[in-house]
Ligand binder design. Structure first.
Ligand code: T3D
Length: 256
């Protein structure tokens, strides 16, 4: 059984974490398989990605059975296994939707927060599990959660270890939408298909801009906007968008 499965529907790639018996906790094989799937997501024919979990969990972070003997060199494991996949999600210049079907805990929560959009099943939960075992947020958890929620709420939550329901996560703006469990796959596919039909280069460059905005000075951000807008005007989708507007018809974007 593959630790990660991929499937394609048109321009949408769905990546499914697949260790359901442990709520898709990460082991070495799952890290490697996720890296492979994220590489596949770089294919130009893929214009949106859905990341979800098999069974009743999304992903509960590190497989804690690997800590039974000793924690080992955790810093090296983070650098070698978690960081490349978090960076791969952010560097993909296309939208990545986390379809959070169940518990997202520890590094699984960080991965969900590294995605561009989160949709949740009503049964999903969000657990900053690190602190419950004496650890600190890793795999980008401290970076993404503070940006998504603001310092005060992020600090209170991440140091409490409190499980957040899907409804609470929605009220906090952590997830965009909550749907009934059995409708999550269909709704995620629908949102992904809508995004995949947009000008992909423009969507991707918007993602790059937003990432840089977190740390840029205004002058730097204005300059990056000018550079990327120059690139955007060279795309086929820009030509098509303007032509469609002038001809009073719906645009047909190709992602080129
Ligand atoms: O080492 C490194 O590389 C560094 C990276 C560290 C980053 C981290 O992610 S640290 C945080 C690790 N994650 C956790 O601490 C989460 C632990 N899990 C939980 O707190 C609970 O499972 C949940 C609140 C998420 C869900 O609770 P519930 O009641 O819905 O499910 P459950 O019964 O606890 O879990 C179902 C099964 O999955 C169960 O196995 P069993 O009893 O049916 O055989 C449980 O042991 C297993 N499971 C859940 N989480 C993990 C796990 N097995 C291994 N590792 C887990 N993280």
């Amino acid at each position: 059984m593959a630790e990660v499965e991929t499937s394609r529907e048109g321009a949408v790639l769905t990546i499914t974490l697949n260790r359901p018996e442990v709520l898709n906790a990460f082991n070495a094989a799952m890290h490697k398989a996720l890296a492979g799937a994220l590489k596949e997501a770089g294919d130009l024919a893929v214009r949106a990605v859905v990341l979800t979990g098999a069974g009743r969990g999304f992903c509960v972070g590190q497989d804690l059975t690997e800590f039974r003997e000793s924690s080992g060199d955790i810093g090296s494991r983070l650098r070698e296994n978690y960081h490349p996949n978090v960076l791969a999600i952010r560097r993909l210049e296309k939208p990545v939707i986390a379809a959070v079907n169940g518990a997202a805990a520890g590094a699984g929560l960080s991965i969900a927060c590294a995605c561009d959009i989160r949709l949740a099943a009503d049964s999903a939960s969000f657990v900053p599990a690190f602190i419950n075992i004496g650890l600190i947020p890793d795999s980008g958890g401290s970076y993404f959660v503070t940006r998504l929620l603001g310092y005060a709420r992020a600090f209170e939550w991440m140091t409490s270890g409190r499980k957040l329901s899907a409804a609470e996560a929605h009220a906090w703006g952590l997830v965009s939408e909550v749907v009934e469990g059995e409708q999550l796959a269909e709704r995620s596919a629908e949102v992904a298909a809508q995004l995949a039909a947009m000008p992909t280069r423009g969507v991707g460059m918007t993602k790059r801009l937003f990432d840089r905005a977190a740390t840029s000075a205004l002058e730097e951000q204005l300059e990056l906007e000018a550079q990327l807008q120059t690139t955007a005007t060279q795309t086929d989708d820009f030509k098509e968008g303007v032509a469609a507007f002038l001809e009073k018809r719906e645009p047909r974007f190709t992602g080129a």
